[in-house]
Write a protein that binds this ligand. Structure first.
Ligand code: GAR
Length: 202
């Protein structure tokens, strides 16, 4: 299956996917067709170029309507014929204009155990709340914020001497593993959905 990756920032999740792909550890994926960033200076772009992957920079224009931006996004990615789009630190919430073109074909990594701590800085929200365990989630993307059916989750326990930064770093380490596992599951069609429940391995 051909996949595309959307990023907004550092792109460490994207780089982990690329590493797994080029080391033949990403079952079901034949090609990473592009890495798209909505931020011109996202450090992840350089990482993608080092892997030799085509990069696309597509920022939202000032005052541009969400629908118009998403139409441009669709136009930019549809020529690649990718069957799966992976949001790897893409910080825009996609609406129906984009989603209608890729229903059930977009997955996202979020740095908390959803449905807890949706939105930005989920790790900081969890840390400040004082949770003993948080983690990361890969889920299908629908029109709700961080709300689509969950594919995989990985708990990460907070240690007493964790700072916000160390907790975040240990969650990120697990994200790098979890996202590639989820990509392979979806690419191989190794799942079924029963209501909101994603049954892996059927
Ligand atoms: C990751 O922690 C990812 O889970 C998070 O942004 C970070 C991107 O890091 N995404 C979200 O918060 C989406 N709601 P990266 O650019 O180094 O992969």
């Amino acid at each position: 299956m051909k996949i595309g990756i959307f990023i907004s920032g550092t792109g460490t999740n994207m780089a982990a996917i690329c590493r797994n792909f080029f080391e033949n550890r990403l079952t079901g994926v034949d090609e990473i067709s592009f890495v798209l960033s909505d931020k011109k200076n996202a450090p992840g772009l350089e990482k993608a170029e080092k892997f030799g992957i085509k990069t696309i920079i597509l920022p939202k224009k000032k005052d541009e309507a969400k629908e118009d931006y998403e139409t441009r996004l669709l136009e930019a990615v549809s020529p690649f014929g990718t069957k799966l789009i992976v949001l790897a630190g893409f910080m825009k919430v996609l609406g129906t204009t984009f989603l209608s073109g890729y229903e059930g074909k977009i997955i996202n990594i979020h740095p908390s155990l959803l449905p807890s701590f949706k939105g930005v800085d989920a790790q900081g929200q969890a840390f400040d709340y004082g949770v003993k365990v948080s983690g990361c989630t890969v889920h299908f993307v629908d029109e709700t914020l961080d709300g689509g059916p969950i594919i995989l989750q990985q708990p990460v326990f907070r240690q007493d001497d964790d700072t916000n930064e160390t907790f975040k770093a240990r969650i990120l380490e697990q994200e790098h593993i979890l996202l590639s596992r989820a990509i392979s599951i979806v690419s191989c069609g190794n799942y079924s959905i029963n209501g909101r429940y994603v049954l892996v391995g059927r």
